[in-house]
Design a protein around this ligand. Structure first.
Ligand SMILES: *Cc1c(COP(=O)(O)O)cnc(C)c1O
Length: 664
């Protein structure tokens, strides 16, 4: 199968206008379809958070400041980026959305503090591990300057990044993660160039290094303690808290730590109490119960004589990936409820013990950056399982199984649906058994498979017109769904979809005035059977489903683009080079009243770059292939012209994109 797509950059032909379909789903196609129905099908108004919607042209629009603010048409943008030579798949980043997120979180806390007459301040800190791309962190620092957004680092390399980017006056830097003397010494020295650095003790051994190094440098360190809470979070990352969690000090270690600091005459350096219960916490109840335990740690530490100023509640603020409000990929609270609950809980618990309200630090990462980027890719081909015409009828000479299937095909009607469905499933199992045991030959097996799909297609059409057949319809739809082969790698661009089964919103970015009346799963370019997306929002039931509603597509049609949304947190850096598919092209787009500007273009990996990671050198590779061709020229197996052509293709391949490029 040729997977190339045609370059066609004019007005798109609506994909389903060009096809006279007669298969089962076509009968479901309604006469009228509206943009609102597409919005309902894909749930975009639920997970889009006002940043994404469908416009009257039937394309997805990006509106960082909400529906009434300026916007850009994602489909037009995708085409115009390609006109500039930027390649599909593209990661499109919208810094305006980050700006909105930073200010949203800040204003939620400001409002909560004002409403409750809370005495402490709020300070957000962005943990760079969530997405360390330089342009992005620079934008965060820039947008965060007026709200004093700080940065968090979780390793030595991240500390070095943070030190090069952070210059917000009084901007807090939180140092987490495993620390050696070098990490600690670097952090302490940075305090001498005016940075507000707090070193969080994640393991008890670190405390001694911090105090000794600080004495050597003749300075007072700012220290935080990370507490190991017993209260478990919830969701996919529950293991971040609890007695067996990787980081944090137990109650015993905290008491010993206080004693130790007292002896060193450094208890006044303990300024912060930190905890982190894991990412994407789906329920506000977990957030509240862990905060209650943490607040007790805070008030107790204070009573033991620590000069605490901050409580750092870590990350965990979730993102509503599916719009359902009740799954692991969703949240049952808003940013404002999150802020209100933190402020009011801390206030109550500190007032009870008559302790001053701490300044609140949050380390929300996902909630700041998830919304800002979208991955766009094109569909290259379809594996269509619908079969209209049954194979040539079986005769008395054919194996019994073939005759049985012929019988099912002919006799099936709305009265005997259930029975025929069971017989069909039985026949499918039998086909495989009989082939394995040598009863059916390959041609006969092929006949049975064709007949299976012919029966299933006919059965689906019948079942859709029959009441009480929902189960059969659902089962057949799943078995008959198309596979859309797509130009991207799950492992590189949405690794959490594979690794932890996270759901991301996926939908076509155009044609949304037409009904998407096919069902498909999406397969990527890798040859890995896990390289697919099979988890989609089902807005009808609020649960998940295995197929996505899509428009019909066949090779040679105008390009059909799908977007995976909310991919800004964790996906880029966790992405890997499975099958040597590298980073995609990425662009930063600013949106304003009169259009948009391309701020940055970050080219994706070339094949040569990806190969260097696995120790291949371009020059040696070309040289080696050249030598092989020389041998063949000498033997008369290839002409010099053909050899030249082979080397040319080889070199161009090495310089090219790792994804499929459109034919020019
Ligand atoms: C990963 C991490 C965060 C970020 O969590 P989000 O859920 O993305 O907000 C914050 N703090 C610590 C210590 C972390 O390890």
């Amino acid at each position: 199968m040729s997977l190339s797509t045609e370059t066609s950059k004019g007005v798109p032909t609506p994909a389903n206008g060009s096809e006279s379909t007669t298969h089962a789903f076509a009968q479901m196609k309604s006469e009228t379809w509206s943009v609102e129905q597409s919005a309902q099908t894909y749930g975009i108004n639920n997970w889009g958070a006002g940043y994404f919607r469908i416009n009257q042209a039937g394309n997805v629009a990006v509106t960082p400041k909400g529906t009434n603010g300026p916007g850009v048409d994602l489909y037009e943008l995708t085409q115009e980026l390609q006109d500039r030579g930027i390649r599909i798949p593209i990661m499109i980043r919208f810094p305006d959305i980050i700006k909105e997120r930073v200010h949203l979180l800040h204003s939620c806390f400001q409002k909560a503090i004002a409403d409750h007459s809370y005495k402490g301040n709020y300070c957000g800190v962005y943990p760079i591990k969530v997405n360390q791309q330089r342009h992005l962190v620079q934008e965060l620092v820039k947008f965060g300057r007026d709200v004093r957004l700080g940065l968090e680092c979780g390793s030595k390399p991240e500390l070095l990044v943070v030190l090069s980017l952070m210059n917000t006056p009084n901007g807090v830097i939180i140092c987490n993660g495993f620390k050696d003397t070098e990490y600690i010494e670097t952090a302490l020295l940075a305090q001498k160039i005016g940075r507000e650095i707090i070193i969080v003790v994640d393991r008890k051994d670190e405390l001694k290094i911090i105090t000794e190094t600080a004495k050597k440098l003749n300075m007072r360190p700012k220290i935080g303690f990370r507490a190991k809470l017993n209260t478990q979070g919830a969701g996919k990352w529950v293991d971040s808290a609890g007695a067996r969690s990787k980081f944090g000090l137990t109650a015993i270690e905290i008491v010993e730590g206080v004693e130790f600091l007292k002896k060193q005459n450094m208890l006044d350096c303990l300024e912060l109490m930190h905890y982190h219960i894991g990412s994407q916490v789906p329920s506000i109840q977990s957030i509240k119960s862990s905060l209650k335990e943490a607040a007790r740690f805070y008030t107790e530490l204070y009573s033991l004589g620590a000069n605490l100023k901050y409580i750092d509640v870590g990350g965990g603020l979730g993102v509503d990936y599916d719009g359902s409000g009740h799954s692991d990929s969703s949240v049952n609270y808003s940013e404002q409820e999150y802020a209100n609950d933190i402020v009011s809980t801390l206030q109550t618990m500190c007032d009870e013990k008559n302790i001053p309200h701490p300044n609140i630090v949050t380390e929300s990462g996902r909630a700041l950056v998830a919304h800002h980027s979208v991955l766009i890719f094109n569909v290259m081909g379809v594996n269509n399982l619908f079969i209209q015409e049954p194979p040539a009828p079986a005769t008395k000479k054919d194996p019994a199984l073939m005759q049985e299937m012929q019988y099912i095909y002919e006799k099936m009607n709305s009265e005997n649906l259930n029975e025929c469905f069971n017989d069909l499933m039985q026949a499918k199992t039998e086909t495989l058994n009989q082939f394995t045991y040598g009863v059916l030959n390959l041609t006969q097996r092929a006949w049975c498979e064709s007949m299976f799909f012919a029966i299933a297609t006919k059965m689906l059409a019948t079942a859709q017109k029959t009441t009480d057949s929902e189960d059969i319809v659902a089962e057949l739809r799943e078995r008959l769904c198309d596979t859309y082969f797509c130009n991207f790698s799950v492992f590189q661009s949405v690794p959490d979809s594979w690794a932890v089964g996270q759901l991301f919103p996926v939908m076509p970015i155009h044609n949304l005035k037409q009904e998407p009346y096919h069902e498909a799963t999406l397969a990527d370019l890798t040859c890995d059977s896990d390289g697919k997306i099979e988890k989609f929002i089902d807005t009808e039931t609020g649960e998940m489903k295995k197929t996505l509603r899509v428009h019909p597509f066949k090779e040679g049609d105008a390009p059909y683009y799908l977007g995976v949304f909310l991919t800004g947190a964790y996906q880029e850096i966790l992405g890997d080079l499975h099958n040597l598919f590298g980073d995609t092209d990425a662009v930063h787009i600013s949106i304003h009243e009169s259009g948009y500007t391309v701020d940055h273009y970050v080219p994706g990996d070339t094949v040569t770059e990806v190969l260097t990671y696995v120790q291949y050198g371009r020059a040696e590779m070309v040289d080696s292939v050249r030598q092989f061709t020389e041998e063949s020229i000498a033997a008369g197996n290839i002409t010099k012209q053909e050899a030249k052509s082979l080397i040319k293709h080889y070199e161009e391949g090495l310089s090219g994109y790792t994804y499929l490029e459109e034919m020019e």
